[in-house]
Design a protein. Structure first.
Length: 142
């Protein structure tokens, strides 16, 4: 497969930013995936209608499929064990609930709005991710 070009990366970033901005302008709501998931599954509540949250979530894999079909299909190699992936997923889910948002809500939308809470949350989860990778690869030996 050809390496990812800067043009494709910039285009992807522009699409994500445009989609988040349009969602905010058209609905007045933040395009946070964890919040949309909570609303769609009735774990949480918010100002977004459940059907709109579900449509948002359905659009994520559909958009991915369109990119894979028309642009390129990524090579995915899972190198971790299934139990480790399950634990990691649960920890990420816990962290998004604890931090009232995820990378899309805080990292994309919140930083763009210069939200102090989102700036702090993004700094914390990025530092936590860097520390986790360092520990897993250099201390524990992964």
């Amino acid at each position: 497969m050809d390496p990812l070009t800067p043009f494709v990366a910039i285009a992807g970033g522009l699409l994500i930013g445009s989609a988040a901005g349009l969602f905010l302008l058209l609905t007045g709501r933040i395009a946070g995936v964890s919040g949309m998931t909570a609303i769609a599954t009735r774990i949480g509540s918010g100002g977004t209608p459940r059907s709109q949250a579900a449509a948002f979530l359905i659009g994520l894999p559909l958009g991915t499929a369109l990119v894979a079909l028309f642009v390129r299909q990524p090579e995915v190699a899972v190198t971790s064990s299934v139990p480790l992936l399950i634990i990691a997923g649960l920890l990420v889910g816990f962290g998004t609930r604890l931090g009232n948002g995820c990378t899309s809500g805080h990292g994309v939308c919140g930083i763009a709005r210069l939200s102090p809470r989102s700036l702090a949350a993004t700094a914390i989860f990025m530092a936590s991710a860097a520390a986790t990778v360092f520990l897993a690869r250099h201390v524990i030996g992964g």
